[in-house]
Ligand binder design. Structure first.
Ligand code: ZN
Length: 310
């Protein structure tokens, strides 16, 4: 199918029950504008659509499919449960860890990247790594501060013949780790669906007393010399950063009959050291994706020289 044919198909679909036009009619109109008058495809599409709207005596906002959602850029996704359209490249495909998931991976556009999940039951065509798609009718989601999009059975997937230079919306901070805050280390989260609140004394603010599920996280403060940054490590990042797995943390807590030993050990091994942390931001937090320890000795020396020179 040529590009124009695809556009013609979509326009035709919007008017097929209102007007007596064929896909060929629509394509011919588009072709005239694009090929003879060198009108950009977008504009040609709008113009042809307007013509049919007039003929059908309809307003633009009466168009059912395609016109309902906002076409968004990835970095502007900032709320869950919104229906949006986006054009994105499949940056990576990951292994699905459940039969319910057909495909999972990372989508990217000029403004950044976002995780996507495609359900098995939605019966959609397979996405290929490196290809660019127009994705209409996807739903946004959020989990622990990270946004994602879900492709569902109403999603329309269309490969686009263009490339996208995928942008990076990550922030990088270098500084001394000056605090690991309360609520770090081995924590318990509420097990209720879609509730991931951290329990305080076995209680969820929303659901009351519940049997919590263990998790690891760190809320750290990095001081870059000018300002402080709050950095959030999820379980994966915490395990990699501290070299303590969730299982090991549980054992440590069981041996000590106290969960706070985990955060204490983490504090002991990281406080005062220098790190370079990068990742996306969420509200006031930097979400640690990539953490590298910097040579603290060199920095300490440099600071000493600086101190002497004052
Ligand atoms: Zn809860």
């Amino acid at each position: 199918m040529t590009d124009l044919r695809t556009h013609a198909d979509e326009i035709h679909e919007q008017f097929s029950d209102k007007l007596d036009v064929t896909v060929d009619d629509v394509e011919e109109r588009l072709e005239t504008l694009v090929e003879e008058y060198k009108v950009p495809v977008d504009e040609a599409r709008r113009s042809v659509t307007s013509t049919y709207l007039d003929e059908a005596g309809m307003e633009r906002d009466e168009l059912s499919s395609g016109g309902g959602n906002e076409h968004v850029q990835i970095s502007s996704v900032d709320a869950p449960e919104e229906w949006v359209d986006l054009t994105a490249k499949v940056v990576e495909l990951w292994d699905a860890d459940s039969d319910a998931v057909a495909q999972v991976g990372l989508l990217g556009d000029e403004t950044g990247t976002i995780k996507f999940t495609k359900w098995s039951k939605s019966d959609l065509p397979a996405l290929e790594e490196g290809a660019v798609y127009d994705l209409r009718n996807v739903v946004t989601d959020e989990y622990q501060g990270r946004f994602s999009v879900k492709l569902n059975r109403t999603t329309v997937i269309e490969e686009v013949d263009e490339d996208i230079e995928v942008g990076d919306d990550d922030v990088t901070v270098e500084g001394a780790l000056v605090d690991i805050q309360k609520g770090s280390g081995l924590i318990k989260r509420c097990p209720e669906e879609d509730c991931t609140r951290v329990l305080q004394n076995g209680r969820c603010n929303e659901h009351g007393e519940v049997e919590g599920e263990f998790d690891l996280r760190i809320k750290a403060v990095l001081d870059d010399g000018e300002e402080v940054h709050e950095v959030l490590f999820n379980r994966e990042a915490t395990e990699e950063f501290t070299d303590i797995t969730l299982e090991e943390a549980k054992e440590m807590a069981m041996d000590a009959l106290d969960t706070t030993v985990v955060a204490d050990k983490m504090r002991k091994e990281t406080l005062g050291r220098y790190y370079r942390v990068s990742g996306p931001t969420f509200r006031r937090y930097l979400l640690a994706d990539d953490v590298e320890e910097l040579d603290g000795a060199v920095d300490a020396e440099a600071m000493l020289i600086k101190a002497r020179s004052i």
